[in-house]
Design a protein around this ligand. Structure first.
Ligand SMILES: Nc1nc2c(ncn2[C@@H]2O[C@H](COP(=O)(O)OP(=O)(O)OP(=O)(O)O)[C@@H](O)[C@H]2O)c(=O)[nH]1
Ligand SMILES: [Mg+2]
Length: 387
């Protein structure tokens, strides 16, 4: 399996324009034929294209520069140079391209199919354009315009509808497994999940994408446990599902700790609609703990479940679909039928080693500045000196 890579830095370069040609018509019975140097071709653009087949940025790993082709020079007999081939960069849905230095968003491929990031340089005009009554034999043509360059940060946020957050061992991966076709690893030790997992829950033809992220502990914002940078994968979810192991006791403290860490990461995530879910209801005494949650969060929806016995799971699924923005409750049988969990696409990613800058939040302190774009230097053969 390819490593999970969700952030890369790369220098993008559009093609410089091709130079215009200096050329004169030379034919047997045409003495002193006029200038006929054609224009140079346009340089290639840099375009980012959304590919729904891709799930990570791994295919771009190790690329330091992505450059489009330069425009081809013009030639005699007024021939135009060919345009340079664009650089088309395929990325998964949910990719955002930013200027690595300023953070400015250059393209957001969540909904857009493609976006032009850099425009190729214009081709130079050939000497046929510079003929005048006074200058009948211009020995001059324009060089092509240089291409553009930028250091880009290409970043992927998973597009999930529901984000599962909670302490390690709460049963997040077990729940994802119960709700969707995804089969993440489940184990009784903390931090089993080290990279996000996605699963799809399908019901009455509507899809709900659920993201299970690694467990969060107090002090995660200071790097404890696995840290909290993976929370960026829930920045775009519509609903936050906070899962609590009721058998641990003090469920309200647990929810507050998790929320405090989420808030440290990004206040807006903590303000999303929340679903507070108590898990492991099958364990003795959990009912009482669940009641504490219901009392503490009268405004939020509180649901008790047991992934082990499937108690409460159908109710939870109904709540999830009810919450999801833009998707109403499925037609008809909402109260009676057991919601159906069917096949869909699911992915599991493995850990990437040493592929990205250390802290997700540092806005690129260690980014190389990349080479500066070259000067505007005319190239060899086809650009003549001014006469
Ligand atoms: N008794 C009981 N055990 C459960 C239930 N749900 C999950 N577990 C167990 O709890 C343990 C942790 O489950 P996981 O799904 O790996 O928990 P997680 O939240 O994904 O944990 P991390 O990935 O480490 O953050 C496993 O041993 C599960 O079998 C439940 O409803 N009842
Ligand atoms: Mg897990």
């Amino acid at each position: 399996m390819k490593p999970f890579i969700d952030e890369i830095y790369v220098t993008l370069r559009s093609g410089r324009g091709g130079a215009g040609a200096v050329s004169f018509r030379r034919e047997k019975y045409v003495p002193r034929g006029g200038p006929d140097g054609g224009d140079g071709g346009r340089g290639g653009d840099v375009v980012v294209v959304r590919s729904d087949m891709l799930r990570t940025l791994s295919h771009l790993a190790g690329r330091n520069v992505i450059a489009a082709e330069a425009g081809h020079p013009g030639a005699g007999a007024c021939r135009h140079g060919r345009s340079g081939e664009p650089a088309r960069i395929e990325v998964p849905p949910g990719t955002v391209v930013r200027d690595a230095h300023t953070g400015e968003v250059l393209a957001d491929l969540t909904r857009a199919d493609e976006a032009k990031i850099l425009v190729g340089g214009r081709g130079g005009k050939g000497n046929v354009n510079f003929k005048s009554a006074r200058r009948q034999a211009p020995r001059y043509a324009q060089p092509g315009q240089p291409g553009q360059e930028c250091r880009a940060k290409i970043e992927l946020s998973l597009i999930a509808d529901v984000g599962l957050v909670g302490r390690p061992n709460a049963g997040k991966s077990s729940l994802l497994s119960a709700l969707s076709n995804a089969r993440p690893t489940v184990a009784e030790y903390p931090f089993t999940t080290r990279e996000p997992n996605l699963g799809v829950l399908r019901r009455d033809g509507a899809d709900l994408v659920i993201a299970d992220v690694p467990g969060i502990i107090e002090g995660a914002h200071e790097g404890r446990g696995l840290g909290f940078k993976f929370l960026k994968h829930v920045t775009r979810t519509a609903v936050l599902l906070i899962l609590v192991d009721l058998s641990e006791g003090n469920p309200v403290d647990t929810v507050e700790t998790v929320l405090a860490e989420v808030r440290e990461f990004d206040r807006s995530i903590a303000e999303k609609p929340k679903l507070v879910v108590g898990n492991k209801l099958d364990i003795l005494g959990s009912e009482d703990e669940l009641r504490k949650l219901t009392v503490a969060y009268p405004k939020d929806t509180v649901v008790g479940i047991s992934v082990a016995t499937r108690q409460g799971i159908p109710e939870l699924i109904r709540e999830l679909f009810a919450y999801r923005a833009g998707i109403e409750e499925g037609p008809g049988d909402a109260n009676t039928a057991e919601p159906e969990v069917r096949e869909g696409a699911g992915w599991r990613w493995e850990v990437a080693q040493g592929t990205r800058p250390s802290a997700g939040s540092s806005s690129g302190a260690d980014i190389g500045s990349g080479e500066k774009s070259e000067g505007y230097s005319p190239e060899g053969h086809s650009t003549g000196e001014p006469s």
